[in-house]
Design a protein. Sequence first.
Length: 475
Amino acid sequence: MKLALVFAPYSHKRFEENIFVVDEDFGVFPPINVAYAAAIAERAGHTVRIFDANALTRLGRASEAAILREIGEFAPDAVGLYFSTYMFRDTLRWARSLKVILGCPVIAGGINCLLYPRETLAHPEIDYIVAGHATESLPRLLAALDGGGPIEKIPGVGSKVGGELVVNPPSAESRVDFDAFPWPARHLLQNDLYYSFISQRRNFTIALTTLGCSYDCNFCAIAPLPRGARSPDNVIAEVREARERFQIREVDFFDANFLTPGARTGQLLEGLAAAPDDMEFSCRARVDNIDAHVASALRRARVRQVYLGIESSDPAILELLRKRVKPSSARTAVDLLRREGIRALGFFMIGSPGETLTTALRTILFAMSLGLDYAQFSRTIAKPNTPLHDRIVAVSGEDYWRDWVSGAAPERRMPSPWTELSEAQIELLTKLAYFMFYYRPGYLTRAIGRVRSGDELTRSARTAARMLLKSLYFD
């Protein structure tokens, strides 16, 4: 079959944790989930094209109408779209247009299909859903669409039979053989399009070495998902292919926690140290997983920046978030990274359980005192598939995300019943945090000194200007 996979454009939503400017300027990342689905379909013998409409429209490379025409000229036998809960309605609009233009089956995939399968499938624009990892379900669905048998009994696939919704949950699994996945189909992406707000080399990509997370922070949607870890050899082979085939020189590892304790992490960092010497890397980590030995290994592996989940400076709030770390661990981690010449970015949340005006201001000052190269401040929200969201559903009896997907709820802020702060105060404190952190004269001088390219300087200046212009508006 000919399969078109589409990553639709999306816009900032009022319920998101980031303020508008951060969402708009954080970067343009390759749709790695779509690239995995493409690789799975290709391995099964199908002809696939990826249309990254989000990147093309955001960067002004093509209009929506031009992309829709190109998809029509490809004339696929089926079209698949990646649906997240946040961007559900943006993607649904594209599904509606593609259904009219192509008249072929429309397949929805993504985490939203696992969380809200019936609400997703109920929309007339969507013919099938693939819930969970698509390694087995997507090839079986495509084979059935190509005349190979019934669809209604395939695990992880939802369909419409005689006007009824038939949803088969994916096979129950707590562990995933991630090494058995094909590598993302980067040959179907325009790899020169992508960047993050602090990336310094082109081409840039993202990668995953693990699925799920062994920790249970109650604001995170990743922890409840099945886990899997790729072998270091598998990861390093993908890194080498990325450099040799696609001229990629910077890789950002999007694992929830790249530095999982154990021998595997050491082996992985040793492998990265032996990768082509013009490559650089970034990763995400818990502050309590960084010691002097790990920091030194990160430097040898040419990991240039580490994103740290710090969240708050208040020990009681950290306990309520189930972070199970001490604020002092953040200071130690940042100091160790700085000694090795590694840039540290701290993630912080405003409006967490137990948050007060005093604790929020202390967290902002704490962030300023750490010597971080970058900081990101977000609102604490009840994301789908998290204990915080379960708490709101239990108290209110309403599932906002379910209603958002079904079309019954308007776009609005989620409540934060765990804090005495109002939504307006949380918004103001989040913006205040950005101004206090980034507009310090000493910080601006250091930031200019770190710039390594005209592209990076342009991105930074644009974000700073937009932050000033948008600061007076309540998103």
